[in-house]
Design a protein around this ligand. Structure first.
Ligand code: PMV
Length: 325
C-alpha cells in the first residue's frame, strides 16, 4: 500500500493570473506573483490500493460532491500515468477554514494533494516538480508549494515544462498581513476557468492587460526586495482593478463584485487618507483581501467587521510552504 501526506497553505495573488494559453495544461498567459497565507491550510492524506474499483474523496469529513470528486479523480489520473500504475486512491482532505465562506480552497487543496500523491507514488518531490504537478490541478496551486513571496513563471514550452513557481523572498524576510473580508453573496460566481476564457476571447482590453503585466511584476518585485509596502500596495491595487475591468468589458459582461466589495474598497481608501498604509485586492469572487503591516491588522479587522454585507473577517500572515509527511 502506498500512502502519502502533506499540508499546504493558500495564497493570495498580488499580481494576478488571468487567462490561459493552454486550457488542459493550465498554462497561464501571464506570469504572476503571490503571498502565501498562513491562516488557510489544507491537510491531505492519500492511500493507493488495488482493492477498490474507483477513487474516493472525503472533504472535511464528508463524501465530496460530484464536481470536486471529478476534479480530484482527473488529477489522480495524471499522477497515475506519471507513476505507471492503475491503483485507485482514497483521498482525505481537511481545510482549517470554512469552505462555505467562499474562501478559495483549490490552491491549498491541489498543492497538498500534489505533495501527498508524489510522496505516495515516489514521484519527485523537489519544489519545481511539485509546483508543476499542482498546476495541473489548479493554476494558483502551483504557487502554494512555496512559502513567502512566490512567482509563477508562465514559461514558453508547449508541454508546460518551464511553467512553475519559485520563491522570490522568504516569509521571514518581510512578514506582512492580509486581512480578508468575506462578503455575503447569493449569486454563484462565474468559475475562474470560465471567467478567464470569456475575457481572453471577448474583452477588447485583454491585450492591454497582457501589455502591462511585466511592468507590474517588476514593480512588485522591486517593492518586495526594498520592503516598501506603499510601492507594493499601489501596484497590487492597480493590477487588481485592471483584472476586474476585464469581466466588465467581456461579452456577455459580468462582475465578481457585490455592493459590500465596493464598500470595503472605499473604506480602505479612507483609511489610507487617514495615514494607514492598507491596500486591497480581489480574486475571482466578492471577497476583499487587505494588505497591511502587522501593527495595523487589528484596527483594519475591527473596521471591516462593521461594514454592511461583510460576513466574516480573517487575519492571515505571510505563510510557509508545503510540508510533506
Ligand atoms: O487557479 P484558479 O483557476 O483558481 O484561478 C485563480 C485566479 C485568480 O485567483 C483570480 C488570480 C490568481 O492569480 O490567483
Amino acid at each position: 500500500m502506498r500512502t502519502g501526506q502533506a499540508k499546504a497553505h493558500s495564497n493570495m495573488a498580488l499580481i494576478k493570473y488571468w487567462g490561459k494559453r493552454h486550457e488542459v495544461l493550465k498554462l497561464p498567459a501571464n506570469s504572476n506573483l503571490s503571498m502565501t497565507l498562513d491562516g488557510f491550510k489544507t491537510d491531505t492524506s492519500v492511500r493507493f490500493t488495488n482493492e477498490q474499483s474507483s477513487d474516493a474523496f472525503y472533504l472535511n469529513d464528508q463524501v465530496a460532491d460530484n464536481k470536486a470528486f471529478r476534479r480530484v479523480s482527473l488529477f489522480l489520473d495524471i499522477a497515475r500515468k506519471q507513476a505507471g500504475i492503475t491503483d485507485r486512491a482514497v483521498v482525505t482532505s481537511n481545510n482549517n477554514f470554512p469552505t462555505a465562506a467562499g474562501l478559495a480552497s483549490s490552491a491549498s487543496g491541489f498543492a497538498a494533494l500534489a505533495g501527498a500523491v508524489s510522496q505516495a507514488l515516489q514521484l519527485p518531490t523537489d519544489g519545481i516538480s511539485l509546483s508543476r504537478l499542482a498546476r495541473l490541478g489548479s493554476g494558483s496551486a502551483t504557487r502554494s508549494i512555496h512559502g513567502g513571496y512566490v512567482k509563477w513563471h508562465k514559461g514558453t514550452a508547449a508541454d508546460g515544462a518551464d511553467s512553475y513557481a519559485t520563491k522570490i523572498a522568504e516569509q521571514t524576510d518581510w512578514p506582512l498581513s492580509m486581512v480578508i473580508a468575506s462578503v455575503a453573496t447569493e449569486k454563484k460566481a462565474v468559475p475562474s476557468t470560465e471567467g478567464m476564457k470569456r475575457c481572453v476571447d471577448t474583452s477588447p482590453y485583454y491585450q492591454g492587460w497582457l501589455g502591462t503585466i511585466e511592468d507590474d511584476l517588476s514593480e512588485a518585485e522591486a517593492a518586495i526586495s526594498e520592503k516598501d509596502i506603499e510601492r507594493l500596495g499601489m501596484v497590487m491595487e492597480a493590477n487588481t482593478m485592471k483584472m476586474h475591468a476585464l469581466p466588465l468589458s467581456a461579452t456577455p459582461p459580468f462582475t465578481y463584485w457585490q455592493p459590500a466589495t465596493v464598500s470595503v474598497m472605499t473604506v480602505i481608501q479612507q483609511l489610507r487618507h487617514e495615514g494607514i498604509p492598507a491596500y486591497y485586492t480581489m480574486d475571482a469572487g466578492p471577497n476583499v483581501a487587505v494588505l497591511c503591516e502587522g501593527k495595523h491588522q487589528q484596527h483594519i479587522h475591527d473596521t471591516l467587521r462593521h461594514i454592511d454585507g461583510v460576513e466574516q473577517v480573517n487575519i492571515c500572515r505571510t505563510g510557509s510552504g508545503i510540508q510533506l509527511g
